[in-house]
Design a protein around this ligand. Structure first.
Ligand code: 4AD
Ligand code: MG
Length: 497
């Protein structure tokens, strides 16, 4: 058996491939089957004159997602999907699929999510998962090449890491327990044992809000480094992001093309990234520059909307008398227009909300999703916003020695409106300071005894960060919502499939 991704090594040879029918069309004496086998897609051609009657009949009974083995000669063909075609000499049907629910026509998102177990087979979803795999693998490569150890943090935990409002509570025999929100606290212990480590695992947050950025179960990579200060932490985050983007651009161009991703936006992701303090970020958000940007955006979106509506009217009028090829073009263009129009309408609904959010924003608040969106729209690279007010952030962050109201932390915001993908900080290494914060956050001191030991026995400056995999995939693929970035998304109200 050969895979479609390997066809280039078998030109001129007879091969057998196992796969599924993605799509099929036929003329009088030819059947064109788009076969997918998980590694890619390729066109298979069955010609009535080249095969026996049984094979010809079999080819004509195939339905979408039927499973089969095909045997035939591999030919190079530039115009074909994968660059190769198979000229079929034999086929063995495994199963004829009946009434596959996901057809090439448009389906609503609810329907697709309910059929996620099948939706994963669609071309776009296939491409996204391949990019996800590339991102995950590149992260491991990045850290392993730099001598980091990958160690795992527990998933059942006795204490909160990231605030008590998003905890999933469960029972651990007869004790209360929580699903982990972050591996960080454990990573700190491991860093003091191994120097440089990273955890890579599932994390859980009982997020009660439905947004395009929130899952209740998501994957996080969390490096933690002994003897790293905040600047070193930011430098590492920047190098890692550049490395990930570079790997995707190098190895996943076919997938990017399927996704219609504007590659130039990713090619711009090169260090150094702008570093901007929280205080400066607030100032920028409340400046005329931001206000003018919103005004311009509103005007240009409204204009674009008008132009698209006019175009849509024109091509609709043209449709009835158009030739077959042109009809196909018109239908595709209408789909594109409708996607773009709903994006524009969403922006137009958002602009007043963003404006209001920024007007209400004051120094001391954490940045909300819309504030982040507005900030990142003004840069073409990820930006590193550092030194937030103590009140807005987690208990373990180190006090800024130059300003007691601030902590040594960084949020990395992805461009094009994607917002926060990384949260990190230098950790408080002073035991007295840490105790004060644990009390202030009303955390159970007893549960943190082991964590405090890390400040008691050989405390050192140390730092780390957490990168959310799904938000990163969403940004790199240019997706609208994180629910498409993970095989089976867990969001508010969705536990199936
Ligand atoms: O900023 P967060 O909460 O930071 C931490 O958990 C730290 N303990 C990490 C560390 O320093 N080791 O989360 C880190 C990242 C966010 O920037 C975001 O990318 C992702 O995790 N994230 C989510 N992704 C999807 N859905 C959610 N509900 C998420 N919450 C956080
Ligand atoms: Mg955060």
């Amino acid at each position: 058996m050969v895979t479609i991704s390997d066809l280039s090594k078998h030109v001129g040879q007879t091969v057998t491939v196992g796969g599924w029918v993605y799509n099929q069309r036929s003329s009088k004496s030819l059947v064109f089957t788009i076969l997918r086998d998980g590694t890619g897609m390729c066109q298979c051609i069955t010609s009535e004159t080249d095969v026996n009657a049984d094979v010809w009949e079999a080819a004509n009974t195939l339905t979408q997602e039927s499973s089969l083995y095909v045997t035939g000669v591999v030919q190079k063909d530039e115009r074909s999907l994968s660059g190769y075609e198979i000229h079929i000499s034999d086929m063995k049907i495994i199963q004829i699929a009946e009434n596959y629910p996901i057809t090439p026509k448009d389906h609503g998102i609810e329907f697709l999510q309910n059929n996620r177990h099948l939706w994963l087979r669609s071309k776009r979803q296939w491409a996204i998962m391949r990019v996800r795999n590339e991102i995950v693998f590149s992260i491991h490569r990045f850290f392993q090449e730099r001598g980091f150890m990958q160690l795992d943090a527990p998933i059942f935990t006795g204490n909160a890491a990231e605030g008590t409002t998003t905890l999933f509570e469960t029972k651990y025999f007869d004790q209360p327990a929580y699903l982990t929100q972050s591996g960080q606290l454990y990573a700190e212990a491991m860093a003091l044992a191994h120097g440089r480590v990273y955890t890579f695992g599932p994390t859980f947050r009982a997020e009660k809000s439905k947004t395009r950025r929130h899952l209740t179960e998501f994957w996080m990579v969390e490096p933690e480094m002994a003897f790293f200060d905040l600047d070193m932490d930011m430098q590492l985050a920047e190098e890692m992001l550049c490395y990930i983007v570079e790997s995707v651009l190098k190895n996943k161009m076919e997938e990017m093309e399927i996704l219609g991703r504007d590659i130039s936006k990713l090619e711009a992701i090169k260090g150094p990234f702008p570093r901007i303090s929280y205080t400066d970020a607030i100032e920028l958000l409340k400046s005329d520059k931001t206000r003018d940007m919103l005004k311009d955006m509103q005007l240009s979106r409204a204009e674009e909307l008008k132009a698209l509506q006019t175009e849509e009217k024109e091509i609709t009028a043209e449709f009835n008398n158009a030739k077959k090829g042109r009809k196909f073009q018109i239908e595709n263009r209408k789909k594109e227009i409708s996607v773009r129009i709903s994006e524009i309408e969403e922006d137009l609904r958002n602009i007043p909300v963003w404006k209001e959010s920024v007007e209400n924003l004051k120094w001391g608040d954490d940045l909300g999703g819309s504030d982040e969106t507005l900030l990142t729209m003004q840069f073409d690279k990820p930006i590193m916003v550092h030194r937030y007010p103590r009140e807005a952030k987690a208990f373990y962050m180190k006090k800024d020695p130059e300003n007691a109201d601030l902590v040594l932390c960084v949020d990395v915001l992805a461009p094009e409106g994607y917002g926060e993908i990384i949260g990190g900080s230098q950790r408080e290494d002073d035991i007295e300071e840490m105790l004060t914060q644990i009390k202030k956050h009303e955390l159970d001191e007893k549960a943190f005894e082991w964590y405090l030991d890390l400040r008691k026995y050989g405390s050192v400056p140390h730092s780390g960060f957490g990168l959310g995999i799904e938000r990163t995939v969403s940004w790199i693929c240019g997706l609208h919502h994180v629910r498409e970035t993970i095989p089976f998304a867990r969001t508010l109200g969705r536990l199936y499939p």
